[in-house]
Design a protein around this ligand. Structure first.
Ligand SMILES: Cc1cc2nc3c(=O)[nH]c(=O)nc-3n(C[C@H](O)[C@H](O)[C@H](O)COP(=O)(O)OP(=O)(O)OC[C@H]3O[C@@H](n4cnc5c(N)ncnc54)[C@H](O)[C@@H]3O)c2cc1C
Length: 266
C-alpha cells in the first residue's frame, strides 16, 4: 500500500513534530479495535484506555488525515439548527440533552488539553458578529435562548467593544461566547494520539481496515495484518471506502454496519 501523506494545508505546515507510526504487519489482540484516527476514534480510544481497556487504533493514512486535521478549529456550542428549533422537533427533555452535549464537547477538549498537556494553541472565546441591527436582534435572542440552556458565559458587544475584539469597524455589535474557542485541529489530533500511546494504546498508520469478520470475537483485517478484538468501533467518517485513503472498496461493507449486520445475523 502506498504511503499516504497529509494534504497540503496551513495546519499540516505548522503541525507539531509527530512520529510516523508503523503499518500493522502482524496478528495482534486488544479489547477494542478502533478504525480511524480522527477525533471520534482517538477520543473513543482515550476514554476506553482511561477505563482500563486495551485499544488498537487502525488508521488508513495518518493520524488526523481526515476532517479532524483540517477543519476550522472552532469550538462552537451550537448545531446547524438553533436549539429552539431542536426543542420544537424533539421536545424539551431531549433538547436539554443536546444543549448539554454541545457544552460537554468543549469541556472534554479543555480537560484533555490540560491533562495531557496538548500544545494546540487553545484560545477561549468566540464571537458571533452582526452586520446590521436586525442581526444584532437575532444575537440578543440567541443569548436569551442559550442562557435558558445553561450558558452563562455570553456577553453582548456594542459597536465599540466589537471593534476592540475584532479589530474592525465593519460590525454593529456581536455576541462573545467565552465557552467557545479555537484550536489548531491537527495538533489536537496529534496530541490526543500521543495521549493514547502514553496510556498504552497502539496506533498503526497506513493500515486501512479492509474487512471485519463479525462474531463474538471480531477480527479486523488490514492488507498485512489482523486485530482480534472483543469490540470494534468504526470511526472512519466519510473516508470509509474512499480509495484515496487506501481503504479498499470492501470497506463499503462497514459504511452502513447496522443494516449489513442485521441482515447478516438474521
Ligand atoms: C472543512 C471543514 C471544516 C470544519 N470545521 C469545524 C469546526 O470549525 N469546528 C468543529 O467542531 N467541526 C468542524 N468540522 C467538522 C469536524 O472536523 C468533524 O466533525 C470531525 O473532525 C470528524 O471526526 P471523525 O473522527 O469522525 O472523522 P475524521 O477526522 O474524518 O477521521 C476519520 C479517519 O478515519 C480514517 N479511515 C477511513 N476509513 C478507514 C479504514 N477503512 N481503515 C482505517 N482508517 C480509516 C480516515 O483516514 C480518517 O483519518 C469541519 C469539517 C470540515 C470538513
Amino acid at each position: 500500500m502506498a504511503n499516504i501523506a497529509y494534504p497540503p494545508s496551513y495546519y499540516a505546515a505548522s503541525a507539531n513534530p509527530a512520529p510516523a507510526r508503523p503499518a500493522l504487519r502482524e496478528d495482534i489482540q486488544a479489547d477494542v479495535c478502533v478504525i480511524g484516527a480522527g477525533y471520534t476514534g482517538l477520543s473513543s480510544a482515550l476514554f476506553l484506555l482511561e477505563q482500563g481497556f486495551s485499544v488498537v487504533v487502525l488508521e488508513a493514512a495518518r493520524v488526523g488525515f481526515g476532517a479532524s486535521g483540517r477543519n476550522g478549529g472552532q469550538i462552537v456550542n451550537s448545531y446547524s439548527r438553533d436549539i429552539d428549533v431542536i426543542e420544537r422537533s424533539v421536545g424539551q427533555r431531549e433538547a436539554r440533552l443536546f444543549g448539554e452535549m454541545a457544552f460537554e464537547g468543549g469541556r472534554i477538549i479543555r480537560e484533555r488539553v490540560e491533562r495531557y498537556n496538548i500544545a494546540c494553541d487553545l484560545k477561549d472565546g468566540g464571537v458571533f458578529a452582526a452586520l446590521s441591527a436586525k442581526q444584532m436582534g437575532h444575537l440578543e435572542a440567541q443569548k436569551r435562548l442559550w442562557e435558558r440552556y445553561g450558558n452563562q458565559q455570553l456577553e453582548l458587544l456594542d459597536q465599540r467593544r466589537i471593534r476592540e475584539v475584532a479589530g474592525t469597524d465593519q460590525y454593529v455589535g456581536g455576541l462573545l461566547d467565552m465557552s467557545g474557542g479555537h484550536i489548531h485541529p491537527l495538533n489536537l489530533a496529534l496530541g490526543e494520539a500521543a495521549a493514547v500511546e502514553s496510556l498504552g494504546g497502539r496506533i498503526f498508520e497506513q493500515s486501512g481496515a479492509t474487512r471485519i469478520d463479525r462474531g463474538a470475537n471480531p477480527v479486523v483485517h488490514t492488507a498485512e495484518g489482523k486485530v482480534r478484538a472483543k469490540f470494534v468501533i468504526v470511526a472512519g467518517n466519510a473516508y470509509l471506502g474512499n480509495p484515496d485513503t487506501g481503504a479498499c472498496r470492501q470497506v463499503d461493507a462497514l459504511r452502513h454496519p447496522g443494516d449489513r449486520y442485521r441482515t447478516a445475523e438474521r
